[in-house]
Write a protein that binds this ligand. Sequence first.
Ligand SMILES: [Zn+2]
Ligand SMILES: [Zn+2]
Length: 339
Amino acid sequence: MDILSDYFLKIGSQFIDPKKRVFIAYIVISIFIALGWFILSKKFTLKVAVKKIFNWKIFFSKSAKSDYKVFFINQLIMMIVSPILITHLTIATALYFYFHSIDWLSVGMFSNTLPIIVVISFTTFQFTIDDFSKYFIHRFMHRWPILWSLHKVHHSATVLTPMTVFRTHPLEGIIFSLRSSVTQAISISIFIFLFGNTVSLFTILGVNIFVFIFNVLGSNLRHSHIGIQYWKWVEYIFISPAQHQLHHSVAKEHHDKNFGAALAIWDWLFGSLHHSVDFETLKLGIEKNQKDESHDLTTLYLNPFFEIKNYFIKNLNLLRKKFYFNLFRRSYSNEKKYY
Ligand SMILES: [Zn+2]
Ligand SMILES: [Zn+2]
């Protein structure tokens, strides 16, 4: 009974906790932003805009229904797995003690700094490394075949709804939760070590202020059919919803573009930036003729394991062939020496 109530609390907290992406107030704000976009930019009437936003064909599509199911299943899996995952506090403590062994560092060496400066620099630092690590890991998710097998689950969505953010393989969920622990641990340990313990000042509503602004400004629209585009120069700095929607496009020219979460700067710096295009021109998913089965739960959860197994078998065979080829070449050249 306890587990069941814990589970429902966990599900509920996704919608009532301002730290979470789909906090109900963020969703409501996103709806207003979408209305503003359609009425002011697309010149739709209010009635048409409302109809466009609440497109039930999208929200009750096979793809979206799978998003909802994956959400409920993954919450349960994470509830079971998270107690055994290493926490940011454990990593932070280890790093804190490690810093003691570095000669040129001493505890509280900058403790006289004005609290406001500490707060601003902590928040900026935390946000920057968090956002960069998301970019970095996401890029590897696309590059390495093993990780791509997992990340494909997210990309197999053929429509986008705010719940698509939860459509991930649980192993990807674990990788991203470890990523979050490591980045939090790095910033907390560095700042406590150098500036002393003023962590309570560091957050607003318990959320890093930048993440809070990002969520208020409609982070939920990234996974939606509302193709909000920013001015071209802004899209070099911040990822617009339409830029992330392009990341989900099946078109070859859109592959491996726009890995960023909130900042587009990383994509710009490392050559993966693509400006947004009109949402209506995009086809979403992993391939043009994607089958309906790609939304089945067994496909979503088990296919990555088969793909990873096949990848290892293929590569082991290649390695074996290479080994025998080299062996043969060596014995052949040795034979030649005797003649
Ligand atoms: Zn991706
Ligand atoms: Zn996405």
